[in-house]
Structures are given as structure tokens and as C-alpha cells.
Design a binder for this molecule. Structure first.
Ligand code: 3H9
Length: 698
């Protein structure tokens, strides 16, 4: 019998078998690990010298749960499944103690719930986070957790997926003991005592669920959760599975849970959520920058510019407890910037999200200055000044004079060429783009723009800094608009063409919002300011006279309708209100424009609107991949999921294109290319090739 496979270690201590999961990074319960546990239990039971068993995890987790990489592969269902493993644990004649530390999540917690006893170290994160992956706990979690900690507490944990610190659960009925000192020593001692007791040893499955009005509570939960999770099937299924156990008993509940798991794991929503989980982690890995790359030491941060962006960027660091030197050229601007930061924090205090002490502590981390001399000690300097190359030139030349050797010089530019900015210094290897999104203290996305000379250790370091300030950092090469804005330009182009061809702003917005975007292109443009797009187009007309655009948005801007800030844009707005009201005037202007352009207006279906907008993104994304601007398709998806309001349950434009099937996407693109304004559709060769070969981006 193979007992000591690499994923599980078997040792004995004082007559107790210790089964240690050893499958880094988080002791995922993959096939080898499951096999090792079953064999360990069998060996312990057949060894007369062993009286009890402890299961624990090596390294930084008890277990992070089922190995997600095995999902939808034959290994996921290959025996021993996690169900079989837990059955063997429950059946063990010798008592099994789970010794929990660091992380017990998903299948890891379910395994522990199958043990006869549980002992936990303080500070461990306990969770059933399956719902965040679009599934439900599929190895008894929906049945055993309510029996362990009560119906309401368990339902909250299962439906939210949120981790709870072990000490908070100390008195919940989940743990038989909390470790005071060395977890393993105490678990072994506990197991020896348990062995002295007469069997059979207690099982969570045999406990009763006590609740004064379980049915009413479950119905209430179903209504609330159903309304909050419209596009996600998993949360309500979690409740259904719990309810099945409450009404029909443990075994029937378990069978129903299994049914739901098998169904959910195949849904596109679950696929998309898992894609996002791995996509986020993959984004931090840069193909030619190994994880062993030495980092630069970053202790002192400086931000240049205390405007909206500079202030937001500063707040990220303050929130992480990192001091910031904030530089402005004029005292009034500096005072204004500081006042805005304080006002933002005060709003959080009012909402009860922040305490006054924390506000004071964060404000105290700012060192305001008007002098570049105060930047001499900074390890990372982020420039957030006016978006004009001449202004950037002045800043970077000055930085080159004052910054210490090895300091990282970052630009928050959203449109300018990072290589040109780097060339203003004699140290282009130290220059990088850090494109934050507005509001910078809220938005998750950070595009890290890699110049042609940016040093690898600079990249590795800023990726680590991004993690510290809790951003999803995605590396982009240098090109106009980087990943996100370059793609959105094609999306907006299609939106404008569709107005010209027969749609109206409210229809376009409604269709794409129904698809799941947080906001359609016209409501979004009214919010951001239509003059911003106008300025970019004016630049385009100079730089790319070949690139055709509908002039309809320019017409709108010529009338001064810049959006919410002028009280009128694609929509009308009532004073002081943000609700977008369809504008008769604008609609008439659009119809008149079509006539003038010689376009016969036609009815455009919602399906065409969605296809043209989303495929425009995927097609440009494919070109971005071909050019090496992004290194993988999932990076592009992460940009859209975290920075552009793309619906999470669809996984991003590239995964969505894969889901529709690239053959179908290519066919539609070719059809649109035949329509008026079809020259905007140049199909990306990488998309066309994949479509032909049955390939996909992910
Ligand atoms: C489940 O259990 C289903 C059962 O109910 C039923 C079965 C029948 N599998 O986040 P990190 C990798 S579903 C495979 O950066 P941290 C991750 O990709 C599962 N891989 O570290 C990364 O790899 P790489 C329910 C996993 O310390 C590395 O570990 N469980 C898994 O910040 C480090 O990850 C969950 O949903 C996994 N289960 O956080 C837990 N988990 O280095 C999801 C992680 O190659 N995981 N990896 O990029 C987490 O929440 C966090 O990873 C955790 C560690 C808190 C564990």
C-alpha cells in the first residue's frame, strides 16, 4: 500500500498517527491528497500501536479546499472523492482530530467537519467561500455547518462566503478546543485523551438543527438573497440545500447538495468567477520577470499633484498605513487637495465606516510640501499632474535632478507615451506608468505601463506595491490608450455609429446595461464629461486622419452639452439630480444627423447592440494580444472586470467571446463589416485563426 505519497505525510507521535496535508501552496484537496488521506486513515486503523489520528496541514494552511484547477477534469470526480474521504474519516474506529490553523476553507473545512473532534489555533480563517466561485459547498458543508454552529450563523457564512476568525467561533460548537500553545502538541494530547473514551466518537452529522422557526427564516433568507444575487444562481441554491437538510434530514440534504454542486459547477457564471479568481492571481505574474527578481525597498512614497487623481492615489497609501509626501506648486492647491482628502474620510466617518481616530491617524501620515527638495528621500514618486507632455517634461526633468539613485519614477498618465516621458530623464530604466482609475481610492484596477526600458526589478516592485494597496495590477505595454482605453475607443465608436444608423442613446444604454454593464456608454460619457472624449477625438483627427468616426458626438459637444456637469449631455438632467432623462432635443439632433449623413435609419435590435459593443472590445483585445501589449487574455479580462464595469458573471470580454464561441464571434464581425460603417471592423488575425481552428483565448 502506498501510504506516504508526496501530497500527504504520515508520521506517528506518542501512539497517535499524524496525517499532514502537504500540497503547497494551500494544501488543495486534489486527487493525490485525497488518496493520501484515505490511505493514512486505513494505515492508522490497522496499526495496533496507533490509538488515534490527527489531520493537519503543512505550511500556510490547514487546507484551502478542493483543488479548483481540477474542476471540470476527470480528476475532480476520480475516487476517492472528497465525499469518500470524509466518509472514511467518519467511519474510522479510532478518533480523528482535525488540527486547524491559518486557513480552513471550503473542502478543507468540510473535511474538518467530518472529523470526530476539532481543535483550532487562534487567527485561523474559517470559511465556506464556494459561493464566490459560483458553486456551493459540495462535500457536506451545507449540512454539517448548520449542525455545528446553528442555522442562522451557518447560512450567513455559506451565503456570504466570508472568512470568520477562529477565535470568533470558539464558543460556536464548531471547535472542541482552542489551542493555547503549540497546535500539534495539543492536538496529539487531545487525541490521546479521546482514544481513552469509549467509541463511537461523536459525528457532526448526528447533531440536530435547532431553530424556533426554521421554515420562516429560510423563506425570508431566500427572498432577500434572491433579490440581491439576480445574476448568480449559487446563493439561492445554497439556501435550498440547507433547507433540504433541515426538512428531509442529513442524508437527503447531502444528496441534494451534491446535485446542486454538479449543476452549478457547469454554469457559465461559475466558470467566469473561477476565471476571475485565477485571472487576478495570474495578472501579478509577468512572463519574463521571475518571482525571484529582487525588489527595491519601498518605504517612502511621494505624490506630485494634489488634484482629484493625486489625492485619490495618496489615500490608497494612507489607507495602507504608508506615509506620503504630497507636493503641489501652490499653497492654495495643496490646501484644497488636503481638504478634499479630509472630506472624503469625513464622509466615511459619517457613514460609520471609519473612526475619527483612524481619520486623524491617516491625515497625520501626509507631509505636505511645495518643495521638490522634500522628495530627495522618496523611494517611489508618482506624478499626477496635468495631462500634457510639456508639463510632464518639466516634472520629470526636475525629478531626475532631485530623486535619489534607484528611486522609482512613476507617471499616472492615461494617454501619453511612457517612453517619451522616460526619455526626459537620464534613467529611463527607473520610469514606469502607474495608471490609476478615477476615483483612485475606490477603483480596483491599476494598469502598470511597462516602457521599453523599464527595469524588471522596477516592475516586480510596483506589482508588490500594488498588492499592498489592494489593487488588481495588470501590466500593459506602451500604446495609445494602453489596454483599457484603447479597447473602449472601439466600443464607443460602435456606439456612435449605431446612433447614426438608427438607435437612440437610451436604447443603446438599456441594451448593454441589461447585458450587465454597470452603465451604458452614453450615461457613462455624461458622467465623465463628453468634452474629454471630444478632446481625444480632436487629437485623433490629427494623428490618425485615416481613422473614421461618427461626428455625432462632436455635434453634441458643439452645443455645450458636456454631460452632468453642464446639466445636459446625451440626456437631460434636472438641477441637482443624476437621473438621465431621454432628451427629445438630442434624439431629434441624432435623426437629423443621420439624414444629413445620407444614412437611412433602421431598427437596430438589442442583440446587435450588445454584439457590436462587446465584440468590438474582444476584437481589439485580440489585437492587443497579438502585439504583446497584454501578455495573456485573462489580463485583458481583469482590466475590464475591475476597471470598466464589465459584468463579473460573464468573466470579461475575452472569456465572453470564448463562451459564445469564436467561430460565431468571427461570423458576426464579418457580417457587420459588410454593413454601412463596416470599415471599422478589421477582424484581428488571432481571432480569425482561433475561430478557424476551434481555438479560444483562455
Ligand atoms: C471547494 O472546496 C469545493 C468543495 O466544497 C466541494 C468539492 C467536492 N485550489 O490567494 P493566494 C492557489 S471549492 C487550487 O495568492 P493567499 C492560488 O491560485 C474551493 N489553487 O494566497 C495561488 O496560486 P499561484 C473553496 C488554489 O495566501 C496560490 O494558491 N476554497 C486554491 O493570499 C496562493 O493563493 C476557496 O475558494 C484552491 N482551492 O490566500 C479558497 N486556493 O501562487 C480560495 C488557492 O500559482 N482561495 N490556490 O498563483 C483563497 O481564498 C486564498 O487563496 C487563500 C490563500 C485564503 C486560501
Amino acid at each position: 500500500m502506498v501510504v506516504d505519497n508526496a501530497a500527504v505525510k504520515y508520521t506517528t507521535r506518542d501512539g497517535v498517527a499524524v496525517i499532514t496535508l502537504n500540497n503547497p501552496p494551500v494544501n488543495g484537496l486534489g486527487h493525490a491528497t485525497r488518496t493520501g488521506i484515505v490511505e493514512g486513515i486505513a494505515r492508522a486503523n490497522s496499526d495496533a500501536a496507533v490509538t488515534a489520528i490527527v489531520i493537519t496541514g503543512a505550511g500556510k494552511a490547514f487546507s484551502g479546499g478542493a483543488d479548483i484547477t481540477e474542476f471540470n477534469t476527470p480528476k475532480a470526480t476520480q475516487e476517492p472523492t472528497l465525499h469518500t474521504v470524509i466518509k472514511e474519516v467518519e467511519k474510522s474506529a479510532k478518533p480523528v482530530v482535525a488540527a486547524i490553523h491559518s486557513v480552513a476553507m471550503g473542502g478543507g473545512l468540510e473535511l474538518a467537519l467530518g472529523a470526530h473532534y476539532r481543535i483550532a489555533a487562534p487567527g485561523a480563517q474559517i470559511a465556506l467561500p464556494e459561493v464566490k466561485l459560483g458553486i456551493l459547498p459540495g462535500a457536506g458543508g451545507t449540512q454539517r455547518l448548520p449542525r455545528a454552529i446553528g442555522l442562522e450563523a451557518a447560512l450567513n457564512m455559506i451565503v456570504s462566503g466570508a472568512p470568520v476568525p477562529s477565535e470568533k467561533l470558539a464558543k460556536s460548537g464548531l471547535f472542541d478546543a482552542m489551542a493555547q500553545g503549540d497546535l500539534l502538541d495539543e492536538a496529539v494530547a487531545f487525541a490521546r485523551k479521546a482514544a481513552d473514551k469509549q467509541g463511537p466518537h461523536p459525528l457532526v452529522r448526528n447533531r440536530k438543527i435547532e431553530h424556533p422557526n426554521a421554515e420562516g427564516f429560510l423563506q425570508f433568507s431566500r427572498n432577500t438573497v434572491g433579490a440581491m444575487s439576480k445574476n448568480y444562481p449559487a446563493p439561492v441554491k445554497c439556501i435550498d440545500a440547507i433547507a433540504a437538510g433541515v426538512k428531509q434530514g442529513f442524508d437527503k440534504g447531502l444528496a441534494y447538495e451534491r446535485e446542486c454542486f454538479v449543476e452549478l459547477v457547469q454554469t457559465p457564471e461559475s466558470h467566469a468567477l473561477r476565471h476571475a479568481f485565477f485571472g487576478e492571481r495570474a495578472a501579478s505574474k509577468i512572463p519574463d520577470v521571475p518571482s525571484s527578481t529582487p525588489m527595491r525597498d519601498i518605504q517612502k512614497i511621494a505624490v506630485i499633484g494634489a488634484g482629484t487623481m493625486g489625492g485619490g492615489i495618496t489615500m490608497n497609501f494612507l489607507n495602507a498605513g504608508v506615509p506620503v509626501t504630497l507636493l503641489e506648486t501652490k499653497q492654495e492647491a495643496l490646501d484644497r487637495g488636503l481638504a478634499t482628502i479630509r472630506k472624503n474620510y469625513e464622509a466615511q466617518v459619517k457613514k460609520g465606516k471609519l473612526t475619527q481616530e483612524k481619520l486623524d491617524a491617516r491625515m497625520a501620515l501626509i507631509s505636505p510640501t511645495l518643495s521638490y527638495d522634500d522628495l530627495k528621500q522618496a523611494d517611489l514618486i508618482i506624478e499626477a499632474v496635468f495631462e500634457e507632455l510639456g508639463v510632464k517634461e518639466q516634472v520629470f526633468k526636475r525629478l531626475d535632478e532631485v530623486a535619489k539613485p534607484g528611486a522609482i519614477l512613476a507617471s499616472n498618465t492615461s494617454t501619453l507615451d511612457v517612453d517619451k516621458i522616460a526619455a526626459f530623464t537620464k534613467r529611463p530604466q527607473d520610469v514606469v506608468g502607474l495608471h490609476f482609475f478615477s476615483p483612485a481610492n475606490v477603483m480596483k484596477l491599476l494598469e502598470v505601463v511597462r516602457g521599453k526600458d523599464t527595469a524588471k526589478d522596477v516592475l516586480a516592485t510596483v506589482m508588490q506595491v500594488a498588492k499592498k494597496i489592494r489593487k488588481t495590477a495588470v501590466v500593459s505595454g506602451v500604446c495609445d490608450g494602453f489596454i483599457g482605453n484603447r479597447m473602449i475607443e472601439q466600443y464607443v465608436r460602435q456606439a456612435l455609429y449605431m446612433l447614426e444608423e438608427g438607435a437612440l442613446p437610451a436604447q443603446v444604454d438599456r441594451a448593454i446595461e441589461k447585458f450587465g454593464f454597470a452603465m451604458g456608454p452614453f450615461r457613462m460619457s455624461d458622467l465623465a464629461g463628453n468634452d474629454i472624449g471630444w478632446a481625444i477625438r480632436k487629437r485623433r483627427y490629427q494623428e490618425h486622419p485615416d481613422m473614421k468616426y461618427s461626428k455625432i458626438a462632436d455635434r453634441l459637444c458643439e452645443t455645450g452639452r458636456f454631460g452632468q456637469k453642464t446639466g445636459a449631455g446625451w440626456y437631460d438632467y434636472k438641477a441637482g439630480e443624476r437621473a438621465a432623462l431621454p432628451s427629445k432635443l438630442v434624439d431629434e439632433m441624432i435623426v437629423a444627423y443621420s439624414k444629413e449623413a445620407g444614412v437611412e435609419r433602421r431598427k437596430i435590435s438589442d442583440e446587435e447592440i450588445v454584439e457590436r459593443l462587446v465584440y468590438a472590445l474582444a476584437n481589439e483585445g485580440a489585437k492587443i494580444l497579438e502585439e504583446g501589449i497584454a501578455s495573456k487574455a485573462s489580463d485583458i479580462d481583469m482590466v475590464y472586470l475591475t476597471g470598466y464595469g464589465f459584468p463579473l458573471w460573464r468573466g470579461g470580454p475575452m472569456l465572453y467571446a470564448d463562451t459564445v464561441g469564436l467561430y460565431n464571434v468571427a461570423r458576426s464581425i464579418r457580417r457587420y463589416a459588410q454593413q454601412p460603417n463596416g470599415d471599422a471592423w478589421q477582424i484581428a488575425s488571432s481571432l480569425a485563426e482561433r475561430a478557424e481552428n476551434g481555438g479560444s483565448f483562455n
